[in-house]
Design a protein around this ligand. Structure first.
Ligand code: PHB
Length: 407
């Protein structure tokens, strides 16, 4: 194709994408305008307002949708009510863009006057939400982002997580590879909190048991130009590679790894986001990959069985870890809202009930640490067809160390 024509095509593509995003935002605003009642005091019989701040565009778009699906499904199962009040939803697309996080979180809290913010996926965006939620003393439930600070030095009474800390899945895999007698590992990830902190957790476990991370490689989020880095990994000849990638980027990485001819040469491991919600797109390239995560296919608890059936029926899709985390965010909120019969102004009681909750999760029941992060089992899984099949429990009841949290 002629170079100018190519440039025009690329420009048109970009325009379509940003127009698509703009249309989505406009649609969101329109819904809000139609449904928002004048800011009613939360104690009144008005609706309980939930603000989703999630990525609906970009490499993490599917993750945001799965979280919302899981959340809505639980509320739907309660007749659309929590604490006796109808639930009303507000939405912002955070675009996985940290720079826009404070403004987006402020919209939900100040303009829409939500009772609770449910967000988000991306660790960098999460930092902005945590700051705004603290300034406004708004209840926040984190349904994915693992940023260690949220349940570490920046922990707070009003901040809860239904997912994991970045440290946790990395630590579990470090433990597994050390037990397997691996000695030299190279790590590769996006250069932002999620990747860096996963690697830190991995390294802590792996090196404390005699392994050595010989090189830490990274590229900016959400770049997917993996080729040069893959070549560098191969030249280092490690025993194994540990990576953090997720969403669309994880699909591309796993395919590139196979295309480079390394699939059967250097063992590839990761936190489970590498292969969760992505298997259909990864196909043969993902077969046999082993990862660690707080969810797996093939668990045997009753809650997971009904959850999976209900999810498949409701959305015509198989659930993934993100759907589970959204579902559990709603369960956690229900524990608080039910304890005060929907009167979310009784904040101290809401928090106390959430802190004490035993969440009957599809991943297996969990409780929260004093920093409000799930204490949970981490599973070793292996890809088989379209499933991350359970192999074993890698680390039982793993609690994030919550360094720097003074709750
Ligand atoms: C994060 O940024 O914390 C993050 C994003 C996607 C994942 C996991 C963690 O799948």
């Amino acid at each position: 194709m002629h170079r100018n024509a190519l440039r025009r095509l690329l420009h048109a593509r970009r325009l379509t994408v940003s127009l698509g995003a703009a249309a989505l935002m406009a649609a969101g605003t329109a819904t809000i305008a139609q449904t928002a009642a004048p800011a009613a005091p939360a104690a009144s019989g008005g609706k309980l307002k939930v603000g989703f701040m999630l990525p609906y565009t970009g490499t993490y778009a599917a993750l945001g949708t799965a979280i919302e699906n899981g959340f809505r499904m639980y509320v739907g199962q309660q007749g659309g009510k929590l604490g006796g009040r109808d639930v009303e939803y507000f939405k912002v697309d955070d675009e996985s863009d940290p720079a826009k996080a404070p403004e987006n979180a402020t919209k939900l809290i100040r303009r829409d006057q939500v009772d609770v913010v449910v967000g988000t996926v991306h660790s960098g965006v999460q930092m902005g939400i945590v700051k705004v939620a603290k300034e406004n003393n708004t209840l926040l439930i984190i349904p994915n982002a693992g940023v260690d600070e949220a349940t570490g030095p920046l922990c707070g009474a009003n901040i809860f997580r239904s997912s994991f800390s970045n440290w946790q899945p990395g630590y579990a895999m470090g433990h597994v590879l050390a037990e397997r007698g691996m000695k030299k590992v190279v790590t590769l990830t996006w250069k932002y909190a999620a990747g860096e902190q996963s690697v830190k957790g991995f390294k802590e476990a792996f090196e404390s048991k005699g392994g050595k991370v010989i090189k830490e490689l990274s590229l900016p989020f959400p770049n997917v130009e993996f080729q040069a880095l893959i070549t560098e990994v191969a030249s280092l000849k490690p025993d194994a590679v540990f990576v953090f990638f997720a969403g669309g980027g994880a699909v591309k990485f796993v395919k590139d790894w196979q295309a480079a001819g390394l699939k059967d040469k250097i063992p590839l491991y990761g936190s489970g986001f590498l292969t969760d919600g992505t298997l259909e797109a990864q196909g043969a390239a993902a077969q046999g990959l082993e990862t660690t995560l707080h969810y797996a296919d093939g668990l045997t608890n009753a809650r997971d069985k009904t959850f999976r059936l209900d999810y498949a029926k409701t959305y015509k899709l198989q659930p993934d870890v993100y759907a589970v985390q959204g579902y559990d965010a709603a369960q956690l909120l229900a524990a608080g809202a039910n304890a005060v019969k929907g009167d979310m102004t009784r904040k101290a009681e809401v928090i106390k009930a959430m802190e004490a909750a035993r969440v009957d999760s599809p991943r297996g029941a969990f409780t929260l640490s004093r920093a409000h992060n799930p204490v949970q089992d981490f599973y070793l899984r292996k890809v088989d067809g379209r499933e991350n099949k359970l192999s074993s429990v890698a680390v039982k009841s793993l609690a994030d160390p919550a360094r720097g949290c003074r709750l």
